[in-house]
Design a protein around this ligand. Structure first.
Ligand code: UDP
Ligand code: MG
Length: 139
């Protein structure tokens, strides 16, 4: 059974450039309901834990430094088919390959600094949401 929730982060690059409002507006216009949201900054240890699946990859250290260098917006989003529909909205990991109209096409600058995170499965959506929010912060 497919879940109706996904987890997202507006990454430090997009926050630094002042894109929070524009990105949230597109998320809203695309039919996602925000059920949790906060501005927060991950420590290096937080980022290492969040991205532990990538720890053997060559980009891991850069990813951890990037994701912990400034504040992010973390949010849980609700919509039918949320995980897949949100991956479609954000576009490919590499903005050069992202389709027109996607968030990464519009806001990302590189494959590393790609503006927005979206969970890749229902299982990871639940784990990632629980990493950032307690049960009483989900509405
Ligand atoms: N990343 C990177 N270099 C790469 C691939 C990924 O810096 O070659 C970063 C990028 O920020 C990406 C994150 O690591 O969003 C997680 O990678 P993943 O393959 O899970 O991509 P995503 O699911 O975010 O599209
Ligand atoms: Mg991923």
């Amino acid at each position: 059974m497919s879940s109706n929730r996904t987890f997202t982060m507006i990454k430090p690059d997009a926050v630094e450039k002042g894109h929070i409002g524009a990105i949230l507006s597109k998320i809203d216009a695309s039919g996602f309901r925000i059920v949790s949201i906060k501005m927060t900054q991950m420590s290096k240890r937080d980022a290492e834990m969040f991205y532990a699946v990538h720890q053997e990859r060559p980009f891991f250290d850069d990813l951890v430094s990037f994701m912990s260098r400034g504040p992010i917006i973390a949010a849980i989003l609700e919509k039918e088919n949320a995980v897949d529909d949100f991956r479609t909205l954000i576009g490919a990991t590499n903005p050069e390959e992202a389709a027109a109209g996607t968030l990464r096409k519009e806001f990302a600058t590189s494959v590393g600094e790609n503006a927005v995170h979206g969970s890749d499965s229902d299982e990871n959506a639940a784990l990632e949401g629980a990493f950032h929010f307690s049960a009483r912060e989900i509405y």
